[in-house]
Design a protein around this ligand. Structure first.
Ligand code: CA
Length: 233
């Protein structure tokens, strides 16, 4: 795993150094700054994996920075842990409402801060994986048939079925709208860009091949006489 980086924004030097020292000891790369303005400057050149943000800062305070970052698509996903003092509850609530991930109240033990930091980083990584998965692949499961669009894989009863690229697109196209009838022309348009399916007749040929390969799941692809094809509802 690559080294993760943490930006520590804290104007009290003792705390900044204590926090930085403990994070470095755990293998994190740390950039420490003493003001909101310096934090924004540091962010111009480097996007950290986590930001520890003191609320009471001279000039631009922690809440203003938090708001700025959470409104900025480039930094929105960077988790923020607020460093707060006793009596700052309204600020904590405001920060959490703005999207800060967690907070620790001063004085805190380095161990507690580390544990919180690790938990927030783990959560952020898990969310990142989930959103990547959602973007890159969609899994359609219909009874014993599974279509994994990200991996371009189809399985029936858990057994992988080898499909050509055209057959895969054809199946994916029909299966995304079970019960809907598509004409051959609509299928051609939906599965465009292929070398094979260029005539109505070619669609029929592809369907025959697809059904055969799907075996027991082949009858999910139904012929609608005089119209075209549909995926069984
Ligand atoms: Ca402070």
């Amino acid at each position: 795993m690559t080294e993760q980086s943490v930006l520590v924004v804290e104007d009290e030097e003792d705390i900044r150094e204590l926090v930085s020292y403990n994070l470095q000891k755990e293998g994190y790369r740390v950039v420490g700054v003493a003001s909101g303005e310096d934090a924004l400057k540091a962010l111009e050149s480097n996007t950290p994996d986590l930001i520890l943000l003191d609320i009471m800062l001279p000039g631009l305070d922690g809440l203003k920075i938090c708001r700025k970052l959470k409104e900025n698509p480039a930094f929105k996903a960077v988790p923020i842990i607020m460093l707060t003092a006793k009596g700052e509850e309204p600020d904590i609530v405001a920060g959490l409402n703005m999207g800060a991930d967690d907070y620790v109240t001063k004085p805190f033990s380095p161990k507690v801060l580390l544990a919180r930091a690790q938990a927030v980083l783990r959560r952020a990584a898990a969310e990142h994986d989930v959103s990547r998965e959602e973007q890159g692949s969609q899994i359609v499961e219909i009874r014993d048939l599974m279509i994994h669009s990200g991996r371009h894989e189809v399985s029936v009863h858990g057994r992988l079925v080898e499909l050509t690229a055209t057959e895969f697109k054809l199946l994916q196209f029909l299966a995304q709208r079970p019960g809907w009838v598509f004409t051959r022309q609509q299928i051609l348009d939906g599965v465009h860009g292929d070398n094979y399916a260029i005539t109505d007749r070619a669609v029929d040929v592809q369907i025959v091949g697809l059904r055969r390969k799907l075996g027991s799941a082949g009858n999910y692809v139904e012929t609608v006489r005089g119209v075209g094809y549909r995926f069984k509802e």
